[in-house]
Design a protein around this ligand. Structure first.
Ligand code: PLP
Ligand code: COI
Length: 362
């Protein structure tokens, strides 16, 4: 399918280098977006158009029954002004996994990559320059059928928007405080936890807001059945270095299969670290914190990159991780993984895994 391009007649003001230093996450949007529609069993009208508001019928399915899925990935500017994307086809693949769970139509992975590539090529001046900044892409699919029956919509809109972004957490690369959530749950076995769908985030907002009131950045979810096993955090997978082993929750259908998680596991193994995907109970985690064997904790995610965790609160217990007097409390492995991952993403370290694509070549 051909992708048509309609150029914006008026361009927005791009962030200055000074503004790039405090971009935050997902607050400004570029001049163009990709769109295509699905009707009668096929995708059609693939187009790049000026960034615009959507006109939706108030009865359309996404607004009532939340048939919505999305992705998140980034384009990075290298020191010599090439623009790279990181594992973009993996995001396209995961979008299809989410689509199947939500009874939504899949998109050919190569075509979806081409749509992202063409859009980023057009928006290349929006890819920021400052260290730690990137152009965040948000591919999104919504059900648009105008009908109130509960069933899979017959029509859909797929679009991709771009947001020049900096650090996800306000403090940048600095240890965050996380509260282990022991009242609300995010996902249960058989539910939609492993799909990237809006409902998983909507149901998590209350817990996040209550934790934020007490000064925590996010909550660490426990399994929905027993409130016993560590799952993930609102926007990232979690890893714990305990007794020299890197432990992360196994992928079940309650956890988002993070692309950063997968990359970091590979990098850690290449660094000679033993990585275990296994159920980790909150009791084991707290005990490791109390007996000193919990050496490091960090989250992984596209927006969050590798985010050190400096405090875990569970009920009346507070576990402090890392020594604030050394590297601002960021653990050695956390820092090494952050540097290696971002080194690959910004094209400073040679990519031997085939993870990085150059939007002008690949
Ligand atoms: N878990 C959740 C709930 C997320 O929203 C994200 C972010 O995308 C992640 C984990 C990390 O996934 P990825 O590394 O693919 O960005
Ligand atoms: C991402 O890291 O891309 C995400 O989707 C996290 C988001 C929920 C802020």
């Amino acid at each position: 399918m051909n992708i048509s391009i309609t150029h914006a007649t008026e361009l927005k003001t791009k962030p200055t280098r000074e503004e790039e230093a405090s971009l935050g996450f997902g607050q400004r949007f570029s001049d163009h977006m990709f769109m295509m529609n699905y009707d009668n069993g096929e995708w059609h009208d693939a187009r790049i158009v000026p960034y615009q508001r959507l006109s939706l019928d108030p009865a359309c399915s996404v607004l009532h029954y939340a048939q919505e899925i999305f992705e998140g990935l980034k384009a990075y500017r290298t020191d010599d002004d090439r623009i790279l994307m990181f594992r973009a086809k993996d995001n396209a693949q995961r979008l299809n996994d989410s689509a199947r769970r939500l009874c939504m139509p899949e998109i050919d992975v190569d075509f979806n990559y081409e749509a992202m590539r063409k859009l980023v090529q057009l928006e290349r001046d929006w890819v920021p320059h400052n260290p730690g900044t990137s152009l965040y892409l948000r591919p999104t699919m919504i059900g648009t059928e105008e009908a109130l029956g509960v069933h899979a919509a017959k029509s859909y809109l797929y679009y991709i928007i771009c947001a020049p972004s900096g650090a996800y957490y306000k403090a940048g690369l600095a240890p965050i405080r996380i509260r282990v959530e022991d009242k609300y749950v995010r996902a249960v076995r058989g539910g939609t936890g492993s799909a990237k769908t809006g409902g998983n985030y909507a149901c998590s907002i209350l817990a996040g807001a209550e934790a934020a009131k007490e000064g925590y950045s996010q909550v660490l979810w426990l399994d929905g059945e027993h409130l016993k096993y560590v799952q993930e955090v609102g926007a990232m997978n979690m890893m714990f270095l305990i007794d020299g082993k890197l432990i992360t929750a196994p992928l079940q259908d309650t956890i988002l299969p993070g692309i950063t998680r997968r990359s970091v596991m590979t990098l850690a193994r290449e660094m000679g670290i033993e990585v275990e995907e296994r159920p980790l109970s909150v009791d084991e985690l707290i005990a490791a914190g109390e007996n000193g064997s919990l050496q490091e904790a960090f989250g992984t995610g596209t927006a969050a990159v590798v985010s050190p965790v400096g405090e875990l609160a569970y009920r009346d217990k507070h576990i402090f991780i890392g020594d604030k007097s050394v590297n601002d409390g960021i653990g050695e492995l956390t820092m090494k993984l952050y540097n290696t991952l971002t080194g690959l993403q910004w094209g400073r370290i040679e990519d031997t895994h085939g993870w990085v694509t150059d939007i002008d070549k690949d």
